[in-house]
Design a protein around this ligand. Structure first.
Ligand code: NAG
Ligand code: NAG
Ligand code: NAG
Ligand code: NAG
Ligand code: NAG
Length: 340
């Protein structure tokens, strides 16, 4: 009797499918139809086929939703997997973080040199002999340069320990090793997927051959071109069924591997997403520390000139004159008219 079976193999989670249509009408003809769009051995739905796909994390622009396909590199010669694009982002982030540390290092050097210059100038003997309240104010002004130098030195030290070092040491050498591990893990699964895909193709061809063979034998029997017996046909049919089962088995293995790859892609890309969020937050935190320290410097820096302002306010030119006159006066008896 005529029987018709339709077996849908759903691959992956998003309705990617291989449709195996086994229609053994009179037990003779098997039709296989593969309805999928494999790209580099990953099966995607054909446009308009399969159920509508929803994003795994709608509205989040999550890594796990946007890196399923491979991309041709700019030269167009080799393919870069979506996962490799994510890995490259991580490596670049690491490099940029290092460059930021380098930049802060240069900033520190300027600050140190500036402090050294101020400190040196504060020791200058210029106008050291100024006297009185003006002399005091002048001495304080020179001293303020030394205090200011201290402020800048402290700033540079804090920049080093609280900004440069954290930026430099965030994620040590293990980070690249970890990325390599992720890379190998996902690449292995892709390789497995490719080999399973090849098996499916091979099994599909084998089944097609078996079916052709069965068809030819059946026709030959019908038009009595051959003395093939029912036995031969049964044998051919058995082999065809076997080839069909084999294909099913290969499909199932492919299915499992793609499913595994899919899951690992989701978990690993979300892991990378988390790492990126952490990196950005870490840098943000330390750049904020930079601005805090810089503000502090201004405030301390202000305080170094406050005593100078104070002394300038306290200056008393009259008193200075008095003091100077007392010390250097040459005689207070005034001359009188000549009298004979
Ligand atoms: C420090 O002084 C030297 C000259 O003595 C000058 O070349 C340099 O630019 C100064 N540096 C800073 C940061 O002011
Ligand atoms: C079938 O035909 C072949 C030659 O075409 C012959 O050798 C063979 O003996 C035949 N077998 C039967 C069962 O008639
Ligand atoms: C504080 O230091 C900055 C340099 O970092 C300098 O330009 C500024 O004039 C200083 N301000 C005072 C009040 O000393
Ligand atoms: C004024 O008197 C002081 C103290 O005796 C002295 O050090 C200074 O050299 C004198 N100034 C002049 C111009 O003689
Ligand atoms: C039709 C079919 O075999 N689907 C399977 C594909 O693979 C996943 C994961 O191994 C299974 O859960 C499905 O049942």
């Amino acid at each position: 009797m005529a029987s018709e079976r339709q077996i849908y193999y759903t691959l992956g989670h998003k309705g990617y499918h291989i449709l195996v249509l086994t229609s053994d009408l009179f037990g003779l003809i098997c039709m296989i139809q593969m309805r999928l769009s494999p790209i580099n051995c990953v099966t995607f739905p054909l446009p308009g086929e399969g159920p509508e796909q929803q994003l795994l994390k709608p509205n989040e622009w999550s890594y796990c939703d946007y890196f399923w396909a491979d991309r041709k590199d700019p030269q167009g010669t080799t393919h870069v997997t979506g996962f490799e694009v994510l890995l490259q982002k991580q490596l670049k982030g690491k490099q940029l973080q290092k460059e930021m540390a380098e930049f802060i290092h240069e900033r520190i050097k300027i600050e140190e040199e500036y402090a050294k210059n101020l400190s040196k100038l504060s020791l200058s003997p210029l106008a050291a002999q100024e006297e009185g309240t003006l002399g005091e104010a002048w001495t304080q002004l020179k001293k303020s340069l030394h205090d200011e130098a201290e402020v800048h030195l402290k700033f540079s030290n804090k920049l080093h320990t609280e900004v440069e070092k954290p930026l430099l040491t965030f994620r040590g050498d293990n980070f690249k090793k970890d990325l390599k591990k992720y890379d190998h893990h996902i690449a292995d699964l892709r390789k497995q997927l490719a080999s399973r895909f090849a098996s499916v193709e091979k099994a599909r061809k084998a089944l097609a051959d078996r079916q052709k063979d069965l068809e030819v034998k059946t026709q030959q029997l019908e038009i009595k071109l051959s003395n093939k017996t029912e036995e031969d046909i049964k044998k051919a049919r058995r082999k065809s069924t076997q080839a069909g089962d084999d294909l099913m088995r290969c499909l199932d293995l492919y299915n499992q591997t793609q499913s595994k790859w899919f899951e690992e892609m989701v978990t690993t890309s979300m892991e990378l997403e988390k790492l990126e969020v952490e990196r950005v937050e870490w840098i943000q935190q330390h750049l904020r520390q930079y601005t805090t320290l810089r503000h502090e410097t201004d405030m301390f820096n202000q305080s170094t000139v406050e005593p100078v302002d104070q002394l300038l306010q306290n200056m008393d030119p009259a008193k200075d004159r008095e003091l100077w006159v007392k010390e250097n006066k040459t005689g207070e008896v005034r001359p009188v008219d000549l009298d004979i």
